[in-house]
Design a protein around this ligand. Sequence first.
Ligand SMILES: *Cc1c(COP(=O)(O)O)cnc(C)c1O
Length: 442
Amino acid sequence: MTNDIETLSRDFPLVKQLIELEEVAWFNPNVTSLEKGLPYVGLNAKDIQDASDRLSRFAPYLAKAFPETKASNGIIESEIAAIPAMQTWLEQEYQTEIQGKVLLKKDSHLPISGSIKARGGIYEVLSHAEQLAIKAGLLSTNDDYSKLFSEQFRDFFKQYSIAVGSTGNLGLSIGIMSAKLGFSVSVHMSADARQWKKDKLRFHGVNVVEYQQDYGVAVEQGRKEAEQDPNCFFIDDENSKTLFLGYSVAGERVKQQFDQQGIRVDAEHPLFVYLPCGVGGGPGGVAFGLKMAFGDHVHCIFAEPTHSPCMLLGVHTGLHDKISVQDIGIDNITAADGLAVGRASGFVGRAMERLLDGYYTLSDEHMYRLLGQLNQTEGIQLEPSALAGMLGPVLVSQNPSYLNRISISENAFKQATHLVWATGGGMVPKQEMESYLNKAAG
Ligand SMILES: *Cc1c(COP(=O)(O)O)cnc(C)c1O
């Protein structure tokens, strides 16, 4: 193995920096147009439309089952907020002028589970439930789906079970949604999962299985257990196209929100989006949806902890899921629990690498500092993972050669929108948040 690491570091000097846990930024020179990149994704606009229609069918059910979604008529969506005071702090702290406007996409405050997983995770459970109910002759796509909120349907779904492996937030989304429908559900939680998430799930009647090992082991055990039960459906965070499509609906939603707010995205008004990346399904699916909504005018950049740079490692070396951060001696231990993944999704990396402009890493200390500052400047509280994207506007502003290569003029950059995707934190208990803020201050 030592030999392999040496060869890899020689072929890819960046790998050496990753091993040394340096913060790095890599803007992929092989990025292509949507037209050229799309065939490699293997999914298209119709697939996203299907997912969007399915979520609309379920909206009347969600509005009834989760009163917090009533105001949005059962549509699970988050706000986009300007964060001017944080933008000013970033500019001063990094001595870098950030042209254009920095906005925050508050998936941290999505209803039901308070993270980006309320998109993909919930969508996959709903898809599975719909399939089962239609097959049993209990449901047709023309029905009012609020009828699923009944003892009859809960009794029906009780015969089936769902299993998933998670670092926390995916388990929360899938556990809460599955239990509400009536499924018997097991969530296999990795060592980094927070206690309050396990407690919350147990409160909802979810079977929580705990592991001393990391995410990869929790997923494998979940998969194994599910294989032994023909009535058990395993939600595969590493390979699921359904999850991916659930996330992708975010693209058209952002477009609608921008239209309402008068925010333009075109050649003269480029959009940069900064997405925290764990296994890759969430940011990959969102990026796919954004590409389909805004074409080549949107530029997506992934952010990872220095201790878990699995997607950057996989894409940069071309080895994708054939290599893990542990293979190069990195421990995959990070306070950004939502991003504590050692091996990236092979599906997402291969599907999306041509459509992603760049990747960067940042330290845990860095995420904590940004967490504290966002609270101080804007009064917005997030979990550490959700801050990973916050450094993006600075890094892009510091890389004129990247902007040059993708033909963004100085004038256009002045009118850019920077959308930092805040992926979680809305449901962190007060005490837990206080300890995050203390760490940020110390
Ligand atoms: C899961 C998660 C992510 C990343 O999503 P992946 O699909 O694992 O890449 C980012 N932030 C938070 C808070 C998450 O829970």
